[in-house]
Structures are given as structure tokens and as C-alpha cells.
Design a protein around this ligand. Structure first.
Ligand SMILES: [Zn+2]
Length: 274
């Protein structure tokens, strides 16, 4: 049987993320539950401590912090620039808010978590012809994404009808859906997650950031802005909520790399697969 004949009658998957990826490996540990994370914490406490000590050594009395490195999204040498506006130490030195700073010297100028989202998408196989749903993305991020995959549907927010979330996008039409720090303000969250699952092709990827509460096994949902700054405090059961919403798999990724400008103690990205 020739290879060509062997293919007759078999259905190739629509989307095989990662098969053709040229991006550097995304430097992260992956967790599917709080139990997995707790085990990891026990085993790798010294690694996490060493990272923290390294970051403490970078604290400064200067107003800005500069460091050389590599932009994983562009695969080129760059410099990272940070305003020093984060944690204060007792000796008067401060650190940048690593998650929101480490802005890249590349023309896109993305910060730590924005570059990480783009990098993870590339490591998942983002190609120029793929369709993306960008939810509430800032302008710089949208431009950087469109330079790699121009076919973008950008939506500002969900619309809710009788508690059901709705996005103006066709069913099973996108390869990627991206959200950055939106879910903590969305209620009801479960309906919004299901709507994102609806928008994705089989095998499609939802990548998102949230203010993540690593100590919470169960999220505190719908407390309302009168009670807190955010409607939801999101914890580990978010991974179960993603599966209940129609995703086949969901992971929390703890990422860190000094070379790639990903400093910070607990930087998490989330990846859910349709
Ligand atoms: Zn770059």
C-alpha cells in the first residue's frame, strides 16, 4: 500500500496545534489540579526559593530596570525595560511589578504576560492563516498578534441575555481565543466559558490570563463589585469549570525565564483545548 493510498478514507484533523511550531519551548510547569500543584510545591520549593532570591537581587533604588534578553515572540535579541513600581524591600530598594512590566524593546513593546500569551500561542502552532477571537485585547497586543495571524475577530465584551453569554462570532470558526485579565469581572462565568468553547474549532485553543488565587481550591464567584474590586476571585476549580463548559482539557502553566523576560514568582497562563 502506498502512503497516498493509506490516507484515503481517513479524516485528517482540522487543526493539529504544535505540529509545525517553530517557536521556542514555552518555559512552564503545567498543572491540571490544585493537588498537582501542591505536590509540585513540596518537590520544588528550593527552585522557587532560588528564583525569588534571584529577583530580590535585582531590586534597585533606580526608577527603571533594564535587562538584556531574547524576545521569544520575535526570536530576536532585545532589551526589557521596567518601571520600578512593585514590591518594596526593607532596605529601600524596590522591584518592578514583573508581571506588568518587562516591556520588550521590540517594536510591539509588549509586557511580560502579553509576550507570554503570544509565545504560548506560537508554541501551540499559531500560523498566519489561522482565525483568532481576541476578547478585549489592548491595541499593542492586537497589532502584534495581527502581524503574525491577521484574521482576527476582536470583541470588547460578552453580551448577556437572561444570564446567557453571547459573542457575535460563528460556531466552530476560530483556532484561537485569547482573553487577558477579563474573567474576574464576568458573571456568570460558566456561560461565558461555554460561549468561548462554542466559538472554537475542535482542537482550538483558549489561552488566557487572570488574577489567579493559587490558595483557593474553589473560586468565589459573583461577590459583586460592591464587595470587592473584582466580581470573581478565581481559584483552581476554574480548570473543572472549563471542562464543564465544553473544553476537553485545561491546564494552568506556571512560567518563568530570566532570558525571555518572564520574571515573577507566580506567573500563570491558562490553556484550554476544545
Ligand atoms: Zn518581539
Amino acid at each position: 500500500m502506498t502512503l497516498q493510498n493509506a490516507r484515503i478514507g481517513t479524516q485528517a484533523p482540522l487543526f493539529r496545534p504544535g505540529a509545525l511550531s517553530l517557536a521556542p519551548r514555552f518555559p512552564a510547569w503545567r498543572f491540571r489540579s490544585k493537588a498537582e500543584f501542591d505536590d509540585f510545591w513540596q518537590l520544588h520549593q528550593s527552585t522557587l526559593d532560588n528564583r525569588h532570591l534571584r529577583q530580590l537581587a535585582l531590586a534597585t533604588r533606580d526608577k527603571t530596570y533594564e535587562s538584556p534578553g531574547t524576545c521569544a515572540a520575535c526570536l530576536c535579541p532585545t532589551g526589557f525595560h521596567s518601571a520600578v513600581n512593585g514590591e518594596s524591600l526593607s532596605d529601600g530598594r524596590r522591584m518592578p511589578n514583573w508581571r506588568e512590566e518587562q516591556k520588550c524593546g521590540c517594536p510591539h513593546g509588549l509586557n511580560n504576560r502579553q509576550r507570554a500569551v503570544l509565545h504560548l500561542a506560537q508554541a501551540c502552532g499559531l500560523m498566519g492563516w489561522m482565525k483568532t477571537l481576541l476578547l478585549g485585547a489592548p491595541a499593542d497586543f492586537t497589532l502584534a498578534w495581527q502581524a503574525r495571524a491577521p484574521d482576527v475577530t476582536q470583541l470588547r465584551r460578552f453580551h448577556f441575555t437572561g444570564g446567557a453569554a453571547h459573542l457575535a462570532v460563528e460556531t466552530a470558526s476560530c483556532h484561537f481565543a485569547i482573553s487577558q485579565d477579563e474573567f474576574q469581572d464576568i458573571e456568570p462565568l460558566q456561560s461565558a466559558l461555554a460561549e468561548l468553547a462554542r466559538s472554537l474549532l475542535p482542537g482550538g485553543r483558549l489561552i488566557f490570563t487572570i488574577p489567579f488565587h493559587i490558595d483557593l481550591a474553589a473560586s468565589i464567584l459573583g461577590a459583586g463589585p460592591a464587595m470587592r474590586a473584582c466580581a470573581n476571585q478565581l481559584g483552581w476549580d476554574l480548570l473543572d469549570q472549563l471542562k464543564n463548559a465544553g473544553f476537553s482539557d485545561a491546564e494552568a502553566l506556571l512560567y518563568w525565564s530570566e532570558e525571555l523576560g518572564y520574571l515573577g514568582n507566580m506567573n500563570f497562563l491558562f490553556l484550554a483545548i476544545k
